[in-house]
Structures are given as structure tokens and as C-alpha cells.
Design a protein around this ligand. Structure first.
Ligand code: HEC
Length: 405
């Protein structure tokens, strides 16, 4: 069903066709997931390869090999060799792994643009946080991505010999960035831009350091010079960082669907905390790869940390309402504050169907979704960006009703 949804000539008429916006976002998200899976899959595979190459048998005639791996997959046997340095001769076809990284970033940025920047008024600005103009909010979001990489890059170059200090300083700065974004943007947009910041650093590492380093090594070999190993080393450090960024980046991307995370009072800290735990979980797999004893202790600690966070962030159950809440009053509040979006026929520009299929037009549906409504209204996630200016009293009324009044 397509209803238009644009009030032509009205103040919202600059918004593009919401039907096409939804389709564009869907296709971009799909593409983004596929390229992201290819990128992270290749990254995990090469980490695994590196960790599993074993010295070749002494009788092996091939020269310069550091080790090899035998594997079986999809009904075929594979033998993959790793060179200690550079091979004596370059093969005719050398495979590079970069397009999955670039396309993940490009589709991610387009998706960020379509879902957040183009609809900054409702998706990025939260007047209760700070009443930015939509274009300022977009500037803050985009600026955070550029600044994030520039600061990270400067630190990496200056502190490449102090990896632990670099990690500690990086975590502290990331926490500061999170605090700043949550102080300026709506919580959901702040969270998504933190994820985009990690993703941007990862993709920029590939574009500006890893691939140029490899290119320099190959060029030197072709020219018959000694390959510049320090370029390879700089790339290896960035690859190493990217490896730790994978789990945090994926967490932030999916957390977008969970207001329980980003609408928490201390969401700026919670998001950073979960990212650190994600890095810890990944660390266990890296230790296992190099054959350390009891490698999964950090992973188990990370998983336990998640359970602890789930428990300590639990809000106290609202006091049971003393008086029975008048359902008609609740329905009136919902009609005033929610129906512009959550209706079979939404009037809010940008919506052609009720979000998440939740249409609160009739009392039976409202009753049936009592718990969901209570959760979203009490944690402040709904009304979205409080576009419909719900008052605190109305919010309390709905929460009391949901709590069983
Ligand atoms: C400006 C539009 C808008 C308004 C107004 C609005 N919502 Fe929403 N609502 C959304 C969007 C968009 C989503 C989907 C968010 C997502 O993708 O996670 C949503 C999701 C929800 C969900 C989650 C549904 C699910 O199945 O996960 C609930 C519950 C909800 N809204 C309740 C409300 C209530 C109650 C109000 C009024 C107090 C309200 N909303 C006002 C846009 C709106």
C-alpha cells in the first residue's frame, strides 16, 4: 500500500518519497550485510590461517616457505602455504582483499545517510538532549567519523612501540567520544555514529595503510629492490587492531535494534563497556590461535561481564500503581502522541506503514501490546525523538497503566 505520505507544498515537502527511501535503505542494508560478512569472514579466515600454519616437512622442495596448512572444506582438500618473507617471484595473478572492506564502508555510509542524515530532525536530534539544528547534528555525526580516524592515526604513528599504552589511551578517548556524542545527539544516533566511527577506522586502515604498504612491497619486488618491511609492519599493526575492532563494530550495528542498550541513562558508558568486552572475547580466540594454555579465560570473562552488565543495568520495577489507570485516558494519550506514526494510515512524513507493523488504532491492540508499550515509553525510546512532545505526566500515566494499574 502506498499513500504518498508527503504533504506536498507543506513544510515537509523537501523529504523524498518515503516509499523509495525505505526500498533504498533495505537494499543498502542487505548489500552492507553481505559485504560486511565477506570482509569479516576473510579477516577471520586469514587470522586463522596465520595461527595454523605449521613448519613444512624438511623434505619439501619449495623454498622460502614459513609453513603450510592442510584443510578440507566443501568436499575438497586444500594445501595453503605461507611465505616467510616475499616469494622469489611474483605470480601472474596475486589476489588482494580490499573491495569487501571498501564496499562495506561505502554501503554503510550510504545507509547512515539515508536512515539518519536525510531524516536528521527525527533520527538525530533529541531536543531533550540538545536542540541542535538538523544540519548541525549531521555535521557533528560526520565530523566525529573524520576526527575519530585522524586522532587514531596520529596516535598509531606516535605510539606504535607502546601497544598497551596505545590501547589504554584509545579506550579513554573512545569513551570521551561516546560521552560527547551522547551529549549532542539523540541516543540512537549517538550509538550508531560510534559504530560508524569504528567501521571508518577499520576501512581507512585498509585504504590508507594496509593496502599502500602491500603495494609498496610489491612495487619494490617488481623493481628488484628489497621490499620495505617496515611498511608491512605498519600494516600488520592496523590489521591487528582491525581484528580487535570486529566484535565491537558488529555489536554496535545490532545494538541499534535494542533500546534497552542505547536508551539507558549511562548508555555512553554501557556501549563502551560492551565494546571492551567484545575485544576481550576476541582476545581469547587470538590466544587459542597461537596455542596459549587456557586461552579462553578472557572470552569467558568477557561473556561473564555481559551477564553482569545485563543485571546491573536493570531498572527497578516501577511501583505498582495504587489507583487503576483509566484505559480511555491512556488511549487518548496514545492517539495524541503515537498514532501519527503507529497507525494503519500514518500522517507523519516519512512513514507509509506503521513502524514495526505496530498500529495502535484500536484498544484491543493497545492492550495486547501493553508490555512492549510500557518498556518503550518508560525508557524514553518512544515517541521517537519525542517528536510528538509527550509530557512527563502522560509518560507516567502510560507507564503506570503498563505496570498493571
Ligand atoms: C515519529 C514516529 C513515531 C512515534 C510518534 C512513535 N513511534 Fe514507536 N516506533 C517508531 C519507529 C520508527 C519504530 C521502530 C524502531 C526500530 O526500528 O527499532 C518504533 C517502534 C516502536 C515499538 C517497538 C515495536 C517492536 O515490535 O519492536 C513500540 C512498542 C513503540 N514504537 C511504541 C510507541 C508508542 C507507545 C508511542 C507513543 C507514545 C510511539 N511508539 C510513538 C516510530 C514512532
Amino acid at each position: 500500500m502506498y499513500r504518498g505520505g508527503i504533504s506536498r507544498g507543506g513544510p515537509e515537502s523537501r523529504l523524498p518519497d518515503p516509499h523509495l527511501v525505505d526500498w533504498t535503505a533495505m537494499i543498502l542494508r542487505w548489500f552492507h550485510l553481505v559485504t560486511g560478512a565477506a570482509w569479516i569472514g576473510a579477516s577471520f579466515y586469514f587470522v586463522w590461517l596465520n595461527n595454523h600454519v605449521r613448519p613444512v616437512d624438511s623434505g619439501d622442495p619449495t623454498r622460502g616457505l614459513a609453513g603450510e596448512v592442510f584443510a578440507i572444506h566443501g568436499g575438497a582438500f586444500y594445501r595453503v602455504s605461507k611465505f616467510g618473507g616475499a616469494p622469489e617471484q611474483l605470480p601472474n595473478v596475486l589476489h588482494w582483499f580490499k573491495w569487501e572492506a571498501y564496499l562495506t564502508w561505502v554501503t554503510g555510509m550510504l545507509l547512515l545517510g539515508v536512515t539518519y542524515w536525510m531524516d536528521a530532525r527525527s533520527m538525530m536530534v533529541d531536543p531533550a538532549v540538545r536542540d541542535l539544528s538538523p544540519s548541525t547534528a549531521v555535521g557533528v555525526g560526520a565530523g566525529s567519523l573524520v576526527l575519530g580516524y585522524v586522532v587514531y592515526d596520529v596516535l598509531c604513528r606516535a605510539m606504535s612501540r607502546q601497544p598497551l599504552a596505545l590501547a589504554a589511551l584509545g579506550a579513554a578517548l573512545f569513551t570521551g567520544a561516546s560521552y560527547a556524542l551522547f551529549a549532542l545527539l539523540g541516543a540512537r544516533a549517538a550509538t550508531m555514529h560510534l559504530g560508524a566511527m569504528i567501521g571508518t577506522i577499520m576501512a581507512a586502515n585498509v585504504l590508507f595503510v594496509i593496502i599502500p604498504g602491500q603495494r609498496a612491497m610489491v612495487d619494490a619486488m617488481v623493481a628488484g629492490r628489497e621490499p620495505p618491511l617496515e611498511r608491512g609492519k605498519a600494516g600488520a599493526l592496523r590489521s591487528f587492531h582491525n581484528n580487535y575492532f570486529t566484535l565491537p563494530a558488529l555489536f554496535v550495528m545490532v545494538s541499534n535494534h535494542y533500546p534497552v542498550i542505547w536508551s539507558h541513562r549511562y548508555a555512553w558508558l554501557l556501549v563502551v563497556g560492551i565494546c571492551v568486552l567484545g575485544g576481550l572475547i576476541r582476545h581469547g580466540f587470538n590466544l587459542a590461535g597461537v596455542g596459549r594454555p587456557r586461552p579462553f579465560v578472557p572470552s569467558i570473562a568477557g561473556a561473564a561481564g555481559l551477564v553482569v552488565l545485563a543485571v546491573v543495568t536493570r531498572a527497578p520495577t516501577p511501583e505498582a500503581a495504587t489507583a487503576t489507570v483509566n484505559v480511555t485516558a491512556v488511549q487518548q494519550v496514545i492517539a495524541a502522541r503515537c498514532l501519527s506514526c503507529h497507525s494503519q494510515t500514518p500522517t507523519q512524513a516519512g512513514f507509509v506503514a506503521p513502524p514495526k507493523g505496530l498500529a495502535l488504532d484500536d484498544r484491543a491492540t493497545i492492550e495486547a501490546n501493553r508490555a512492549k508499550i510500557g518498556a518503550q515509553v518508560s525508557n524514553g525510546a518512544m515517541p521517537l525523538g519525542n517528536l510528538t512532545a509527550m509530557t512527563d505526566d502522560e509518560r507516567q500515566l502510560v507507564v503506570n497503566w503498563a505496570a498493571g494499574g
